[in-house]
Design a protein around this ligand. Structure first.
Ligand code: PEP
Ligand code: MN
Length: 361
């Protein structure tokens, strides 16, 4: 993918992009009041507002439609903020372009559907407008990448991904589980692609916005999208997760925005030496794993000779119990070691089966 850095379309070099504004545009007054508050916050460069709201059930607030785009024009003129709206079909794109919205975004419910994404891609073909794509509702990285590629193939190079968490059927403190590893993998595959975190939709609650936002920044994400409303509790959608512009300003003041890179020589030397220590430890770990696997093969053949099953429940329980006890004594988290034991055990079963089969053939 050919992607242009955020600073070619909206921020200064390396500066994190802060997108803020209401979940939905409700009234002209609400939109302008929010924009007035946000215009005072220097980090906020882009004003968001849902004009067409995708709702789970009909007869809830489904957005104000075209009328709201006129209010966004006032935001651009009066407060010098750039604007962004969610588009879910070609008609939305057409209207957004007609009213000179600066940036488009594709919502999580749309990213799941390649037909809709292609329709949007066809509608923006030949237009130089930035497009931000939210992750699909469910944890399918390829669907997310596919949507980015469809827009890229249509000639859009000012692209960003928005990480808004994933639907999770089990219990979770989040509205949408962050599954950071998916965002990290996307960054690894496309290092030039800016990723903006949406802590409002991940958390679903005001209190969770700050810790999620900080975590995203610590992981090197390139910006934040935070829902903001002058009277959050009265919002017609997503009332529990919106904050006021003043609260946003305070929150941005508390957040630490770490650099992803440093030009400081002392810092890079120190980091280099610490990393070489990690390299040595990892080398040792891999040697130990190889040694472990050798013993496992020996055990497999011995079990076969004695006609004993590969899987031994009691031994597995003992491994889990003792290793987590050993780990805890050293201050290593029990959960971490249990996960590692699971992986080791899986590999041990695989290697034992392979060793036995080899011998039989
Ligand atoms: C939104 O940003 O208000 C929205 C509908 O988000 P998502 O597509 O992430 O659910
Ligand atoms: Mn919302």
């Amino acid at each position: 993918m050919k992607i242009q850095a955020l600073n070619t379309w909206i921020t200064k070099d390396k500066e994190a992009l802060v997108v803020a504004g209401p979940c939905g545009a409700e009234t002209r007054e609400q939109v302008l009041e929010t924009a007035k508050g946000l215009a005072r916050i220097p980090q906020v460069k882009l004003f968001r507002a849902g004009i067409w709201k995708p709702r789970t059930r009909p007869n809830s607030f489904e957005g104000v439609g075209e009328e709201g785009l006129k209010w966004l024009n006032e935001v651009q003129q009066q407060y010098k903020l750039k604007t962004t709206v969610e588009v879910a079909n070609a008609q939305h794109v057409e209207l957004a372009l007609k009213y000179k919205v600066d940036v488009l975004w594709i919502g999580a419910r749309t990213t799941v559907n390649p037909f809709s994404v292609q329709e949007i891609a066809d509608a923006v073909k030949g237009v130089d407008i930035p497009v931000m794509i939210k992750n699909p509702i469910h944890a399918d990285l390829h669907l997310w990448i596919g949507a980015l590629e469809r827009l890229n193939n249509a000639g859009i190079t000012k692209l960003a991904a928005i990480h808004r968490g994933f639907h999770f059927a089990g219990k979770s403190k989040y509205r949408n589980k962050p599954m950071w590893e998916i965002a990290i993998e996307l960054k690894t595959l496309f290092p030039d692609l800016p990723i903006i975190c949406d802590p409002s939709h991940i958390g679903g609650k005001r209190d969770l916005i700050e810790p999620i936002a900080q975590k995203a920044l610590n992981l090197g994400m390139n910006g934040l999208m935070i829902e903001t409303h002058p009277h959050p509790e009265k919002a017609l959608s997503d009332a529990a997760q919106q904050i006021t512009p003043i609260e946003l300003s305070d929150l941005l003041g508390r957040l630490i925005f770490p650099d992803t890179q440093s030009s400081d020589v002392e810092f890079s030397n120190k980091l280099k030496s610490l990393r070489s220590m990690i390299d040595e430890v990892d080398d040792e770990l891999i040697n130990l794993l190889a040694k472990r696997l050798q013993i496992i093969e020996e055990i497999a053949l011995y079990k076969k000779d004695q006609n004993i099953t590969v899987f031994q429940l009691e031994r597995w329980q003992e491994i889990l119990r003792t290793r987590s006890q050993w780990a805890e004594k050293l201050g290593v988290s029990r959960h971490h070691i249990e996960k590692i034991c699971q992986i080791l055990h899986e590999e041990s079963i695989r290697v034992q089966n392979e060793a036995i089969n080899k011998k039989t053939i």
